[in-house]
Design a protein around this ligand. Structure first.
Ligand SMILES: Nc1ncnc2c1ncn2[C@@H]1O[C@H](COP(=O)(O)OP(=O)(O)O)[C@@H](O)[C@H]1O
Ligand SMILES: [Mg+2]
Length: 252
């Protein structure tokens, strides 16, 4: 796939070191609307650190971030959210004892015209968005502690989408999930793509990535090995990028 137009987000020449160790060394990646870009690499390659510069958890030592072509400064998660960037965390930050609607609106509750929290309205909105994202979801009355990992993830994603996320960061979203649940998250990702969101998907599972992603950027020892269209590479070529840091050879 050749892209035209402006990327949703571009990380350009990002570097960050911890006590002299270059965790991320001049890495550039970008992401277009309706696209899923996988970040692959061994443990310690720098994937999470790179993406934390976008989510506002870390500040890069150098490099630039562009959102819709405009240079932005992201110093904290609030800045990221203001640019419609949301992170779906591996350990999901949901309030276990509350139901889906309360979690969706946690800290941003809807109120009625006399200032009371409007539970009916919040549940109606939650049903509407869950119907769109995960039509099989039925557990509106249960605390989220009663939900499966995949269902919890769909609540977290619904929350992000409801509050206008355009760029989603998913760090190892299927790491703790069984096959059924992984399938549910895959379907959710497909739906988000159709809605024009861009997704950075960090994973150590090359099969997940080959199935869900349009492009994949491979990192090794803090550096970018390369970015490839998934349709143009084999699993073996990607593995060789991950393990040997070697880009596929192409006939000119
Ligand atoms: N807060 C931190 N303090 C010190 N070193 C860190 C910190 N975060 C990450 N690192 C180091 O940066 C490197 C990249 O880590 P990370 O981004 O977590 O890799 P990945 O997500 O690809 O497994 C590793 O060497 C890791 O130990
Ligand atoms: Mg990581």
């Amino acid at each position: 796939m050749t892209h035209t137009g402006t990327p949703l987000v571009e990380l350009r020449d990002i570097s960050i070191a911890f006590g002299g160790i270059k965790a991320v060394d001049r890495v550039s990646v970008d992401l277009y609307p309706g696209e899923v870009v996988g970040l692959l690499g061994h443990n310690g390659a720098g994937k999470s650190t790179l993406i934390k510069c976008l989510s506002g958890a870390y500040q890069a030592d150098s490099g630039e971030i562009f959102v819709n072509g405009e240079k932005v400064t992201i110093n904290n998660p609030r800045d990221a959210r203001n640019h419609n960037i949301e992170t779906i965390y591996q350990t999901l930050a949901l309030a276990d004892n509350l139901d889906a609607a309360s979690n969706l609106f946690l800290g941003r509750e809807l109120v009625n015209n006399i200032g009371f929290v409007d539970d009916a309205q919040m549940e109606a909105e939650t049903r509407k968005i869950m119907h769109r994202l995960n039509p099989n979801f039925k557990k509106f009355a249960d605390p989220v502690s009663a939900l499966s990992g995949g269902q919890r993830q769909s609540v977290a994603i619904a929350r992000a989408v409801y509050f206008n996320a355009k760029i989603l960061i998913m760090d190892e979203p299927t790491a703790a999930l069984g096959p059924q649940e992984t399938k549910m998250v895959s379907e959710l990702v497909q739906e988000l793509k159709r809605q024009g969101l861009g997704i950075f998907l960090i994973s150590h599972d090359i099969h997940d990535v080959m199935e869900l992603c349009d492009r994949v950027s491979v990192m090794k020892n803090g550096q970018l090995v390369g970015t490839e269209n998934v349709a143009d590479v084999t699993d073996d070529e990607i593995l060789s990028m991950i393990i040997l840091g070697k880009k596929p050879e192409r006939a000119a």
